[in-house]
Design a protein around this ligand. Structure first.
Ligand SMILES: [Zn+2]
Length: 71
């Protein structure tokens, strides 16, 4: 499968002919992706859960969608 690293390596030999502004833009995008991944992680790890009952035995957090069994 062609993942992100494949395309990155594929593009690397063309970096030399790429304008600095475009490389800079890609770097900023990479930073944003990293931030988004970290945000998603911290969100699921430290969730101030708000549960809603989804059926007679289970409740689900409306924010992180975690399901718990609650009789
Ligand atoms: Zn939650």
């Amino acid at each position: 499968m062609k993942d992100l690293n494949y395309w990155k390596n594929n593009a690397e030999e063309d970096y030399i002919t790429t304008p600095i502004s475009v490389l800079r833009y890609i770097t900023e995008l990479e930073n944003k992706v990293e931030e988004a991944i970290n945000y998603t992680r911290s969100c699921t790890e430290v969730c101030d859960c708000e549960f809603e009952r989804i059926d007679s035995r289970r409740i689900q957090c409306v924010k992180c969608e975690m399901i718990q069994i609650r009789d």
